[in-house]
Ligand binder design. Structure first.
Ligand code: ATP
Ligand code: MG
Length: 608
């Protein structure tokens, strides 16, 4: 299913809502206890009754910057918690010491906040921060591992990685038992403690669940729970040389935090039986209290014309294909923010896709539609000339007198008078867009063109247009350089035609052009961003995304802006009349050194 721009506004189907409603109605969530410090073995049983109606979580691994797919997951988890009066936890799934960094932790915190969500929640008058680290539960996870070993539900396997792979079997062949599988609990416990004490090198042994090597679900063929890694962890330092596998850690994290609904993407569906196996056994062993969390899977969000794999995004940064994680062409939350997409637009896009049981490809145009819908009613308007060509009004001195500057004004926003007026001046030298002039006009061209004589000897007069908010001018000619390129357009002012005066309607024109007075134009760097790839699915079918880079994804021009834009702060949004939505760059823009990014045009002009 590919939702269209129109769908983005309709209430989206979301089967997860129905699940929550059913659970709330049936009382299935009652009896939970939440309190103590998570990671404490007695956490559940000792806690106070949990006042939250539901608890969800967003569990990023801090090994990169978040992207638009994560934004989807954030909006879904935080959004459902908000809608049902519950709580959503921000939890760092930091169980792999080698790839994780504080820089990413900080960036994730900032991104979730910027999107408009908060893990500091007030319930029954008590304000609590629900930001957690999986690594804070390492002690509990290890105690749970010892308990499983003691109960005969886990064993230390010392086969080589090669042997383990071979004995796992495949879809058609059942696996075979490891020779270490029949060790006694006492032997396993002793060996596990040696692993923990650092007696074994990386890769020498793993702790495995003892389930069923012949299970049709390969994830149940004695999955690994712990591996040895002599590595320093960003939170726990050198305390551990044993680290839990994601599949073992994740259900425990959910249970310790009293999560009611654990929403993950479809690729985890085959892991659900193990999720339940583990939590049921740990509850039977008295380590966790019921009711236990339940996992539900929803389809991933994929956006056309971008890639959303952290690995590929990292490669694009490392190879200099883009300027960094926050390059305005990147589908990272930081990139989208710098580009000028607003939190409301991103949330509208995410909410518009609901939740379904299949992966979704969303057209990039939907994000642009959401942005326009958000900014249309609020972004101040301004005139900017992106591809400047000089226009000279040759009879100015006769009409207005030498040196006169005619004051003009326009509303900051056409529907919002409370935002006030913009003021600027018209003088005989004006910047206009190069494509608002044609020496020989094509059929249907209503902007500036000079008078000319046709083959039959008849003459066509120069065209008349209105300089927006200013006067009507009539084109009389142009000047070209040695190469024939137009360097100046000539026109004469028609007296008494100024906008807002009684004479304004005396001369009818078909074209209106935007302009900026040369005497007061603010020169600015404007970066015209476009899609990074030329193909909707850049990495489809294993294609290398480098083959389909759009060479025109970033074009830098020097533009002229109306004077009101001289002193604006970074991250301010504007609609440049006739051109689209723009934002001052949050990194490079400074008053006196303006840098504007084009977010999107006024209409979807991409032809693929
Ligand atoms: P990547 O595959 O890009 O590395 P990831 O899923 O491995 O992403 P995590 O940090 O593990 O990265 O993801 C955090 C959460 O975001 C997970 O619950 C994951 O399911 C969810 N998520 C990631 N990508 C998407 C997506 N495209 N659509 C919806 N949810 C997503
Ligand atoms: Mg993942």
């Amino acid at each position: 299913m590919t939702p269209t721009a129109k769908d983005a506004k309709a209430p989206a189907a979301n089967f997860l809502r129905a699940i929550i409603e059913k659970d709330l109605a049936s009382g299935a969530l009652q009896g939970r206890r939440f309190g103590g410090s998570p990671g404490d073995a007695a956490h559940h049983a000792a806690g106070a009754p949990d006042p939250a109606r539901i608890r969800t979580r967003f569990p990023p691994e801090p090994n990169g910057y978040l992207h638009v797919g994560h934004a989807k997951s954030i909006c879904l988890n935080f959004g459902l918690a908000r809608d049902f009066g519950g709580v959503c936890h921000l939890r760092f799934d930091d169980t792999n010491p080698e790839k994780e960094e504080q820089e990413y932790v900080d960036a994730i915190v900032e991104a979730v906040h910027w999107l408009g969500f908060d893990w500091n929640v007030e319930l029954d008058g008590v304000r609590t921060s629900h930001l957690y680290y999986a690594s804070d539960y390492f002690d509990f996870m290890y105690r749970a591992a010892e308990a499983l070993v003691t109960a005969g539900l886990a064993y230390v396997d010392e086969q080589s990685a090669e042997e383990m792979r071979a004995s796992r079997g495949d879809f058609n062949t059942p696996g075979t038992d490891s020779p270490y599988r029949s060790r006694t609990p006492a032997e396993n416990l002793a060996r596990l403690r040696e692993m923990k004490a650092g007696a074994l090198p990386d890769g020498a042994a793993v702790l495995r669940a003892k389930i069923d090597m012949a299970s049709p679900n390969i994830n149940l063929r004695d999955p690994a729970l712990y591996r040895i890694k002599h590595a320093t962890h960003h939170n726990t330092g050198d305390r551990w040389c044993l680290y839990p596998m994601y599949t073992y850690a994740h259900p425990i994290e959910d249970a310790l935090e009293c999560i009611t609904h654990s929403f993950c993407t479809l690729e985890f569906e085959d892991q659900r039986p193990f999720y339940d196996w583990l939590l049921e056994h740990l509850a039977d062993l008295g380590l966790l209290a019921r009711p236990l969390p339940k996992q539900y899977e929803f389809g991933r969000l994929n956006l056309s014309y971008v890639v959303t794999s952290k690995r590929k995004l990292r490669e694009m940064v490392a190879e200099g294909i883009v300027g960094g994680w926050d390059d305005p062409r990147m589908p990272t939350i930081f990139g989208m923010r710098r580009r000028g997409y607003t939190p409301a637009a991103i949330r509208a896009m995410a909410d518009g896709t609901g939740a379904s049981k299949t992966n979704i490809w969303l057209d990039y145009a939907v994000l642009d539609q959401c942005l326009r819908a958000d900014l249309e009613g609020q972004a101040p308007r301004a005139m900017a000339v992106l591809d400047p060509l000089r226009l000279e009004l040759t009879n100015w001195a006769e009409v207005y007198g030498e040196g006169h500057v005619e004051p003009c004004q326009a509303p900051a926003h056409p529907q919002r008078p409370e935002l006030g007026e913009r003021r600027f001046g018209l003088a005989p030298q004006v910047w206009i867009e190069r494509d608002d002039f044609a020496e020989v006009p094509a059929k249907g061209f209503f902007r500036l063109f000079p008078p000319r004589t046709l083959a039959d000897g008849s003459t066509v007069p120069g065209n008349k247009v209105r300089l927006k908010y200013g006067v009507v001018v009539e084109c009389t000619g142009c000047e070209t350089d040695a190469g024939g390129r137009v360097v100046k357009v000539l026109a004469r002012v028609l007296p008494d035609t100024k906008s807002g005066t009684p004479g304004a309607d005396a001369v009818k024109v078909k074209g209106t052009v935007t302009w900026v007075g040369v005497h007061e134009a603010v020169p600015a760097t404007v970066v015209l961003y476009d899609r990074l790839f030329t193909e909707a699915q850049p990495d489809a079918g294993g294609r290398d995304f480098r083959e389909v880079l759009n060479p025109k994804s970033k074009q830098v021009v020097t533009a002229y802006l109306e004077p009101a834009l001289a002193g604006v702060a970074p991250e301010q949004h504007f609609q440049f009349e006739r051109h689209g939505y723009f934002v001052t760059d949050r990194v490079e823009h400074a008053p006196g050194r303006p840098v504007f990014n084009r977010i999107t045009t006024l209409r979807d002009g991409w032809s693929g």
